[in-house]
Design a protein around this ligand. Sequence first.
Ligand code: 13P
Length: 254
Amino acid sequence: MARDKKLIIGNWKMNLNMHEASLYVHSLEKMIKVRRDVEVVLAPTIFTLQSLSLQVNRRQFKLAAQNFYWRDSGAYTGEVSATQLRGIVDYGLVGHSERRHIFHEHDKDVRAKVQAALRNHIRPVLCIGETASERANNETEAVLHDQLIGGLANITSEEIEQVVIAYEPVWAIGTGQNALPVDVTRAVKVIRSQIRHLYGKQAADSVQVLYGGSVKAESAADYLAIDDVDGLLIGGASLDAHAFSEIIAKAHRA
Ligand code: 13P
């Protein structure tokens, strides 16, 4: 997808049951218009994905998986593969800080999932970002560098254009303490320069980079105004269809 479209992803995390999810989509459908300059993506729990995939108008919303296993099939009790999600989702979150920190996913898992997504025609949204202590120690740049290298190893220069990078500083997730636009600008520059180093200028100019972390309807425009930021990854505020529709409206105007 070209960078002239803003990408707005709502990550519902472990919230909304089937009934609530369906009601949500009904109300959001009425609140937003299909815009050529905005792509809206919902990332519900794996449990509600299948039924929502039958309900949503794919021109209005795309779907994303919050997680999946990197093997295509086999004896992996409790897991769902990218192969099984193929055709249902267009995007898949990979390396979200909650997966890294609560479920102990390491770069080798992240990397295998990026590859599994690409192999199954799902665009991986590679989430990277520093913790509060890494930030306090001025390690942000090094962390972004390591997580990019760790997550993208073995990805070719053709494949990189399918990957979306989300800068989500861990200290800003679910805390109400959102990053300052100046910090986001700096981090996104680091990300693009690392992509340039790995894949060249064309890839660095065309890869989509998002910001996520305590974005609300009131703060969305500040991030969308940053030249290098192509959209937002929203947690808490995406659970309120009204707030989420306001953010989408701001992306249209950005
Ligand atoms: P919040 O918007 O709730 O801080 O969550 C951000 C996030 O983790 C999106 O993936």
